[in-house]
Design a protein around this ligand. Structure first.
Ligand SMILES: CC(C)(COP(=O)(O)OP(=O)(O)OC[C@H]1O[C@@H](n2cnc3c(N)ncnc32)[C@H](O)[C@@H]1OP(=O)(O)O)[C@@H](O)C(=O)NCCC(=O)NCCS
Length: 190
């Protein structure tokens, strides 16, 4: 990638939501096919893979942008919710306590034409740094199977494997991964 096309990383704003709503399905439909069926992906779009406006309001969600538009998104959360878009959520999402709770990594999606160029890595570095600066000691992610190699490369360890129940009755296998402290001596792993 030339220097000119290196993305700019910035906080997401509410004005990014239409572009995020295009990017997220594009990413999921093309980058998850080795692990999930098209029915699983289509059913997960919205409730599982979607925009969580609370993260944008909290200033904890980032986008990677080039002159062509958004090429990646991802962030962290100080809220209780583990994963998913905010579609249908009406109750407030309670805060976590940095003294005892881990922060959550949330909703990483990279444009398929820009995959494997370090965008996910950079978004994760930015998110971890922000969560640590907010006082969190540990960090977790409910990772899709395609996301596991990225988090493993940052020394996250799988602590639980479970299935998300999809609205059509199917299941989506995921891994809950954890890292504590947030910074590893040699993060990210090569
Ligand atoms: C998971 C995802 C965000 C990774 O983004 P990315 O920008 O392509 O990842 P990076 O280029 O920053 O990769 C960083 C490291 O993660 C690991 N990694 C990332 N994608 C990988 C893959 N497909 N296979 C193996 N390792 C991978 C590698 O160690 C990689 O380092 P390397 O390229 O030097 O070997 C992207 O594939 C994606 O959007 N997937 C679809 C949506 C999704 O499932 N998101 C995860 C939600 S939990």
């Amino acid at each position: 990638m030339s220097l000119e096309s290196q993305p700019n990383y910035r906080l997401a704003t509410l004005a990014d939501i239409p572009a995020l709503e295009t990017l997220i399905p594009l990413s999921a439909r093309q980058l998850q096919t080795a692990h999930y069926t098209s029915t699983q992906i289509e059913t997960a779009l919205g409730p599982v893979f979607g925009v969580d406006r609370q993260l944008i309001h909290d200033g904890t969600y980032f986008v990677a942008e080039t002159h062509q538009g958004l090429v990646g998104c991802g962030g962290w959360s100080r809220r209780k919710t583990l994963y998913g878009g905010d579609q249908g959520r009406s109750a407030p999402d309670p805060l976590r306590d940095p003294a005892v709770d881990p922060a959550m990594i949330r909703a990483f999606f990279v444009h398929p034409d820009h995959a494997r160029r370090g965008i996910g890595r950079r978004l994760l570095e930015i998110s971890e740094a922000a969560a640590a600066a907010a006082g969190f000691q540990g960090i977790e992610i409910v990772a899709t199977l395609p996301g596991v190699p990225l988090y493993s490369s940052f020394h996250y360890e799988t602590i639980e494997r479970f299935n998300i129940a999809l609205p059509n009755g199917e299941k989506m296998p995921v891994e809950r991964m954890r890292k504590r402290p947030i910074y590893s001596p040699t993060a990210p792993a090569s």
